[in-house]
Design a protein. Structure first.
Length: 248
């Protein structure tokens, strides 16, 4: 029997991209969930006119982590075998979905999570990441590898696939952009089998805001380290991330 694969797309104010992304995605997959995280720019109206997709709506906006948590719960409750998550801003290419999903469903792989990496290989259409994001990604990725024994090249790529049965063990509580850091700590504590999958590095010209003080790179890095340390403590793990973590 073929595995049941769900592709989930968290969206927040993506009226410029959502129709095109979903239209392209439908060329490659059957089951699509859009988590509309309180959009107020017309995204919801566009989604209402798209048939044959599932929509979960948050009201008001709750955050990127909350949208992914809803996707996890939906995949578990509807008994899918594989969940693929991808962003809706044009950075993630739908034609990779089946390849990523197959790495989860292949019985020879025994993988719990496949994480996209924009730094694992080079592609012809790669472009440069904003410098502050590249530096923070490098630092946090090095910290995770050093403290948790992981072998990552990209800690923040949202293009991922999960074995849905493994999602039942997660206890995600971080609602915002730091949710992936809580996920990495829990994945390490649960001894998840993780592999990376090379994807192009595509950054669009428009500038994205993290919100409030997090738009300051130093404040954002400090917040990320605090989230990691809080989750380590919650898991009863002895490691701690220091301010100079990942600078070696």
């Amino acid at each position: 029997m073929n595995p049941r694969i769900l592709t989930a797309v968290p969206v927040y104010n993506e009226v410029a991209h959502v129709f095109g992304v979903i239209a392209e995605l439908r060329r490659h997959v059957e089951d699509i969930l859009v988590v509309d995280d309180g959009s107020c720019d017309g995204t919801s109206d566009v989604l209402a006119d798209i048939s044959d997709i599932s929509i979960e709506r948050h009201e008001p906006n709750q955050g990127y982590g909350a949208a992914l948590r809803t996707a996890f719960q939906f995949a578990v409750e509807h008994e899918f075998d594989v969940l693929v998550t991808m962003d809706c801003d044009g950075q993630h290419q739908p034609h990779f979905v089946q390849q990523i999903a197959e790495l989860i469903s292949d019985p020879l792989q025994s993988t719990d999570m496949v994480s996209g990496s924009r730094y694992l290989s080079q592609f012809a259409d790669d472009n440069s990441a904003p410098e502050d994001r590249r530096q923070i990604n490098r630092r946090i990725t090095a910290c995770l590898n050093e403290k948790l024994g992981l072998q990552l090249t990209d800690a923040f790529c949202g293009f991922k696939a999960y074995r849905v049965a493994a999602l039942r063990d997660l206890q995600i509580s971080v609602n915002g952009y730091a949710m992936p850091l809580q996920l990495w700590v829990q994945a390490a504590a649960l001894n998840w089998r993780i592999t990376e999958f090379a994807v192009p590095r595509i950054y669009l010209p428009e500038e994205r805001s993290f919100g409030g003080s997090l738009d300051d790179p130093e404040a954002r890095l400090a917040y990320y380290l605090s989230v990691l340390n809080e989750e380590l403590e919650r898991q009863g793990m002895p490691q701690r991330f220091q301010a100079n973590c990942g600078q070696h």
